[in-house]
Design a protein around this ligand. Structure first.
Ligand code: N01
Length: 549
């Protein structure tokens, strides 16, 4: 890329991130004839699947669904060996996509965007990289991911720890062998729950430091049945379309027809047992219509899972500690596991309650809680991410009018459709806050946003327009609607990363859109059908502008 002595390198669109969303953005925008350049902090493609290499990492959406739909050849030729893809398999797939569509020449790897500034006279964004190089483009597309800014707690003493420590979201590429070691895992979200059973098999002793018990369901992973794969592939295009007619963007689960309270106790138990045996979170949450909106209904499902935990874990004290009691099931990301609760029956595994006796410091030889020191050779922080806003706020994004994203979002994110923001023209987000992204099948969500963005750019180019911006009133109304929709559900009751509760000091705002993929997609399509309602355009001739505005 050009440096400042030859002037900034010029592109039509700059894409930040070469994960699932960024790669598809390169593909789509290049097809429109745009000159694009993607910047990726990592040494390879894949985003979340590049960084999260911890033992046991796999997707909790089934592999036939969790894949790109934009190329029928691609979806027909790729073979997923298991019901749920492992991290190495998904990363292999994403690398295959990058090669098959020759996307790498337009990506600058090992390059982090530090700053992005909008020039309102030229209607362009100029980005500066961590290497000091500069590039300019009309459009800037932030495909920076929702769970891409790992956070570890700042306990005092970590720098004096004589063992090794890791974060699940920044796992060493060469892997880690815990054989014979005393290991501590801090955190029991999806990353902790997936890695704990595997680390337990290697470690001499594993201490799990749990602040909050989470609900986890069996994944029931298995090799993919070839007959099922053939049947799925034969119906792929129809199934992809059907996915948009579902709340979570995942087809193949018949929608529930009645409230949990309309079923008798025996019928409910039978229904939950069937879903437990089938495995998977969507099908379990689809047991009844109101599990995520009615506390009493939800409690029937929550208690079913608690009973399963008590039946699985032999030590009653440990079982009780593992029973979630501070949030309704499904209001935090529901976890899928393989042998998680069974792992606590091993002699070399100890569950430590850090809710009642918090971690006070890391010592040179381990970790000290309020009541004792645990000697450790390795610590694994499975403590999650600064979700949904962290990656955007890490970049110093501002306009020449002086507004920055950090200021705009100081009380929580504000967007229109999770795609754009008032005050930030020509800056698009892929699965930004206040869109369903994390509450849906992420690849489908990325494709929908990138398609919307590409169509919008094409619309502008066809009309000679150089600038698009979300209107303040449209953004305000969308943020309010997002909150109203969330308030009709049980989601806000949980201290989850959906509300930023895992980051001390982060404003408590419900961030994802939980009105469902169907309603969201309909709204996005209507906005376009109504001539980009809620957006205003600039550039072009007076006639072109007034026709568009
Ligand atoms: O992170 P999390 P994650 N002291 O935030 C604890 C996706 N994902 O990496 O609940 C002590 O869920 C925290 O405790 P608490 C998926 O969307 C998907 O596991 O805040 N503990 C919690 O137990 C998922 O939801 C897949 O009290 C602290 C844990 O650390 C999201 O990524 C796999 C602490 C963090 O859980 C994030 O999952 C993996 C502190 N100071 C991830 N701070 C699949 O597809 C935090 N904790 C399967």
């Amino acid at each position: 890329m050009s440096t400042s002595d030859s002037g900034p390198a010029r592109f039509d669109a700059i894409i930040v991130g070469a994960g699932v969303g960024g790669l598809y953005a390169i593909y789509r925008l290049r097809k429109l004839g745009l000159k694009v350049r993607a910047f990726e902090a990592a040494g390879g493609v894949g985003g979340t699947w590049y960084w999260n290499r911890y033992p046991g990492c796999r997707c909790d959406v089934e592999s036939m669904e969790y894949s790109y739909s934009f190329s029928d050849e691609l979806q027909q030729e790729w073979h997923w060996p298991e019901r749920y893809g492992t991290q190495p398999e998904i990363l292999r797939y994403i690398n295959h996509v990058a090669d098959r569509f020759d996307l790498r020449p337009d990506i600058e790897f090992n390059t982090r965007i530090k700053k992005a500034v909008f020039d309102s006279n030229a209607s362009t964004w100029t980005v500066t990289t961590d290497k000091g190089s500069v590039a300019t483009a009309r459009f800037c597309i932030m495909a920076t991911g929702n769970l891409s800014t790992p956070r570890r707690p700042d306990y005092p003493g970590l720098e004096r720890f004589r063992g090794k420590w890791y974060h699940t979201g920044l796992w060493p590429h060469e892997g880690v062998d815990f054989t014979g070691l005393r290991v501590g895992v801090v955190g029991t979200g999806s990353s902790g729950v997936q890695s704990i059973p595997i680390i337990a098999k290697q470690a001499k002793h594993l201490y799990v430091f749990q602040r909050t018990a989470n609900f986890s369901l069996p994944a029931r992973n298995a090799p993919l049945d070839p007959a099922k794969e053939r049947a799925h592939k034969a119906e792929y295009p129809a199934r992809r379309r059907a996915a948009f007619d579902t709340p979570f963007g995942i087809a193949g689960h018949p929608p529930p027809v009645k409230s949990a309270l309309e079923a008798g106790e025996a019928e409910r138990q039978q229904a939950y047992e069937a879903k437990w045996a089938e495995g998977g979170s969507i099908s379990f949450l689809y047991s009844y219509t109101d599990l995520l909106i009615n506390k009493e209904s939800n409690e029937t499902a929550s208690e079913f899972v608690r009973r399963k935990i008590r039946a699985t874990v032999k030590d009653p004290k440990t079982a009780e500690l593992l029973c979630p009691n501070d949030h309704p099931i499904g209001t935090k990301r529901l976890i899928l596991d393989t042998d998680y609760y069974e792992t606590y029956n091993r002699d070399n595994v100890t569950l430590v309650d850090i809710r009642s006796k918090p971690i006070e410091e890391i010592t040179p030889d381990g970790l000290r809680t309020a009541d004792r020191e645990y000697p450790l050779d390795a610590i694994v922080f499975a403590t999650g991410f600064d979700a949904m806003t962290g990656a955007m706020k890490e970049v110093d994004i501002h306009t020449d009018a002086g507004i920055s994203i950090r200021e705009k979002w100081q009380h929580g994110p504000r967007t229109y459709l999770g795609i754009m923001m008032a005050g930030f023209p020509n800056l698009f987000m892929v699965t930004g806050p206040q869109s369903p992204g994390v509450k849906s099948q992420m690849i489908l969500a990325c494709e929908q946003h990138v398609d919307w963005i590409a169509d919008c750019i094409q619309y502008m180019r066809g009309r000679g327009l150089s600038c698009i911006e979300a209107e303040q009133a449209a953004e305000d109304a969308w943020v309010q609607y997002n909150n109203e929709v969330a308030d009709r559900t049980l989601y806000p009751l949980a201290n989850s990363w959906y509300v930023g509760a895992n980051i001390p000091g982060k404003p408590r705002v419900f961030m994802p859109f939980v009105g469902g993929v169907t309603a969201y997609k309909k709204k996005c399509d209507e906005v376009v059908a109504n001539g980009y309602e809620g957006f205003s355009f600039g550039g072009g001739s007076d006639e072109q502008r007034s026709a568009a505005n």
